[in-house]
Design a protein around this ligand. Sequence first.
Ligand SMILES: [Zn+2]
Ligand SMILES: [Zn+2]
Length: 198
Amino acid sequence: MPADLKRCVDFHGHICPGLIYGYRVAKEAMKLMKLKRSRDEEVVAVCENDSCAVDALQVLLGTVAGKGNLIIQDFGKNAYTVLSRSQGQAYRFSRKTHYVYTGKDKKLFDLLDAAVADGTASEEKRRQLKNLKIKDLLARPFAEIFTTVPIPFTEPLYARLAPSEPCAVCGEMTMSSRMKKASSGRRICIPCSQKRRL
Ligand SMILES: [Zn+2]
Ligand SMILES: [Zn+2]
């Protein structure tokens, strides 16, 4: 396993086809725009799902949840837009077709796939099928998996910084830009405004 993929697996917790999709996208974006892992917010990723793939982008591109440069718009699509502020470039990578196995073990793949589909596959067979898929996704040309489209670069906003103040109801310190105004005019946090906890 390549060292950079190993880092993704360590972070994510397991290896799976979803993680490989993200790995391939991150590597392609890095190649196309000559990116290094983002220290601050030089690179921004917009992910149109919140699945396993996102974790590979976090590890390789440094587009991570806590820095404001990972935007998740969960449309349930296997699609990712990666923007580089320094290059002034952006690409969107998306899948338009179903997954079709193209490796050498087509017969075995179809057998396993059928067993999984009709619910008769053992744990071992499921694992075998997953591994065939992973190997295939790692080996094939990127263009066979994703459609790549350069898109006009528009500078994304930087993460907003705002001071915190205590919520007038629960008293917890809350980022002021996230607070709501109650009918009483008092400034309160979102859960208090919706009378709920999480
Ligand atoms: Zn996973
Ligand atoms: Zn509150």
